[in-house]
Unconditional design. Structure first.
Length: 272
């Protein structure tokens, strides 16, 4: 499901006992990213949004942010960075890392919204956190498709501190919506997000924020880097525009499958 994950499953950490076999057959192992359906996930035409926007016409993103803040009962404030997460509430997704830093995170000038369901202990911990920070943290336990689209459209940054991620789709959606992903360098996250370090910012290739260690400290440091860039509006907008220009459509992924099938076809054989 991604080139990096194809390499990761050849290690004891991710191979689940099959790493020996996978290494023996390494020449037959290929990783191809999933694609996004941009007929459903594109802020310029998203059928579930009231306010559409694009890289060239960004006003609709601010309107969606206001709607999102209202939906979660948070104060409307265009200047506060709004972080978000949508997904399963399980340790694989790094939700425990987020919980570990919440007290420190809530000392920063920001808002946070979460949508998902999963392990009861994590759900309960998030409910307790929401009760403790009702004007800073919005929570919806369960799944709601229109709300998921609104979160991607209205948030400023998207948290994906996954311990492993075969591909991931939310970071791909986030790129399209100019909601800069904050991700751990693993699986498909490593293949789709370019860290906003000094070199990438200078080159204009940055699309998000990437950290390595699956630790609370590393996650918090990545968030702090994002907050620092948010305070530089022109630099933030530049990364947004680069992110929104990325193409992770199914058309691109399908072409990679076709290229793979053709490379496997006997010489002179029929093309797929």
């Amino acid at each position: 499901m991604s080139p990096t994950y194809a390499r990761e499953i050849r290690t004891p950490e991710f191979g689940c006992g099959l790493d020996g076999l996978l290494n023996a057959r390494a020449e037959a192992l290929t990783g191809i990213l999933n694609g996004a359906d941009y007929t459903q996930w594109d802020p310029a035409s998203d059928p579930l949004l009231r306010h559409h926007f694009s890289a060239a016409r960004r006003q609709g993103k601010a309107a969606n942010k206001a709607v999102l803040q209202e939906a979660f009962g948070l104060p409307r404030d265009a200047h506060l960075p709004l972080l978000a997460h949508v997904g399963r509430l399980v340790e694989q997704k790094g939700i425990d890392l987020l919980l570990d830093i919440l007290p420190e995170l809530m000392r920063r000038p920001l808002q946070l919204v979460l949508l998902g369901s999963g392990q009861k202990k994590l759900e309960d911990a998030l409910r307790a956190a929401q009760a403790a920070y009702p004007h800073r943290l919005g929570l919806h336990i369960g799944y709601d498709e229109p709300l998921a689209h609104l979160i991607e459209a209205g948030a400023d940054a998207f948290l994906m501190p996954s311990r492993f991620e075969p591909c991931g789709l939310n970071q791909i959606y986030s790129l399209r919506y100019g909601t800069l992903p904050i991700v751990r360098r693993t699986g498909g996250l490593a293949d789709t997000v370019v860290d906003a370090d000094a070199d990438a910012l200078a080159l204009g290739t940055a699309t998000g924020f990437v950290f390595d260690a699956a630790t609370p400290a590393a996650l918090l440091a990545a968030i702090d880097r994002a907050l620092a860039l948010f305070r530089r509006p022109s630099a933030w907008i530049g990364v947004m525009q680069t992110a929104m220009a990325q193409d992770y459509s199914w058309a691109r992924s399908a072409q990679r499958y076709l290229d793979l099938y053709r490379s496997l076809s006997p010489a002179g054989g029929p093309s797929p």
